[in-house]
Design a protein around this ligand. Structure first.
Ligand code: FMN
Length: 308
């Protein structure tokens, strides 16, 4: 029988399949429902210090079957209401808050507050690709020094997962900077910077204009970025675990990420119309391992690296 158990920063998880931030996780009720799935951990929607109302619609549109563009604007109730509403300690499944902020100090404040509220680990969103359409600066995850500064500030009270953007030339360099700054894990990829146009209305399809691409079509890009991260960490003698995501739709996709060296995975867009798929994916991974005669995830992790 396949053993799917994994450890993440000292936390024991039943399996390596996590719910990605932003999908089916914006209220305690939805998270409770998702905790009934065969899932290793649940990541919350990004939480900021002050409430954010989000962008005007349309905020999410399917561009080709299974592939979506979205610019939600990180709508969330803000830190205080989040801590009041979401129980981070009672559930049967580990809940991992995902944090978003503009400065290292704000990230530190968020991380300290969720640690006090009982979180055992937090993910920091360094990488949302669609700030307001007028924004022309760089994201923290597009600059190794800025990313490292945020990780250092946020990781004093609890372990931190640094979530990276694929919208860079060398994602490995950013991952190494975050790992050296104390990140307990690297997660990738957030959505790809994108736009789509409505030819009839002669305007961008999303209310915000710009958005981020997710779902089935981005999987090969996610795999490439995870491979780049794993190779860069290995070359730097760092054993920081990598959490792979982007376009995972079934158990074969999880296998693909683990073969590229991922320790865990997150699943997002594909669940929007079918939450139960999360359990199917975990069961399918165990079936695949049984069929292949693998007992542990380590038995096949990183196999694809031998090709390079
Ligand atoms: C509707 C939507 C909302 C999202 N919101 C967040 C968010 O609040 N914070 C975050 O870090 N990532 C967010 N993401 C990115 C996902 O967590 C994930 O990185 C990305 O969608 C790739 O995985 P997928 O192809 O399985 O969806 C969001 C994605 C979608 C589709």
């Amino acid at each position: 029988m396949a053993n799917l158990q994994v450890t993440l920063a000292g936390l024991h998880l039943d399996n390596p399949v996590m719910l990605a931030s932003g999908i089916l996780d914006s209220t305690p009720g939805i998270l409770r429902r998702m905790s009934k799935m065969k899932v290793g951990a649940l990541i919350t929607k990004s939480i900021s210090i002050k409430p954010r109302p989000g962008y005007p619609g349309p905020t999410a549109v399917e561009t080709t079957p299974g592939t979506w563009i979205n610019a939600m604007g990180l709508p969330n109730p803000g830190l205080n209401e989040f801590v009041d509403e979401f129980s981070l300690t009672n559930g049967s499944v580990t809940i991992i808050p995902n944090l978003v902020a503009d400065t290292p100090d704000e990230f530190a404040k968020l991380a300290d507050a969720v640690a006090v509220a009982g979180a055992k680990i937090a993910e920091i969103n360094l990488s949302c690709p669609h700030p307001k359409a007028s924004y022309k600066g760089r994201l923290a995850a597009q600059d190794p020094r800025a990313a490292a500064e945020v990780v250092e500030a946020a990781s004093t009270k609890l372990p931190i997962i640094a979530k990276l953007t694929p919208n860079v030339t060398d994602i490995g360099e950013i991952a190494v900077a975050c790992a050296r700054a104390g990140a307990s894990a690297i997660s990738a990829i957030n959505t790809l910077a994108a736009i789509d146009i409505d030819p009839e209305l002669e305007r961008p399809i999303l209310g915000n204009g710009y958005g981020g691409l997710s779902g089935a079509g981005i999987r090969p890009i996610g795999l490439r970025k995870v491979l780049d991260i794993v190779q860069a960490l290995t070359a730097a003698n760092l054993d920081t675990p990598v959490i792979g995501m982007g376009g995972i739709c079934d158990a074969d996709d999880v296998v693909r990420y683990i073969l590229c060296g991922a320790h865990l995975v997150q699943v997002g867009t594909t669940l929007a119309g079918n939450p139960e798929q999360l359990s199917n994916i975990t069961e399918g991974l165990a079936d695949w391992m049984d069929r292949k005669g693998y007992q542990n995830l380590e038995d096949f992790r990183g196999r694809v690296l031998e090709w390079f």
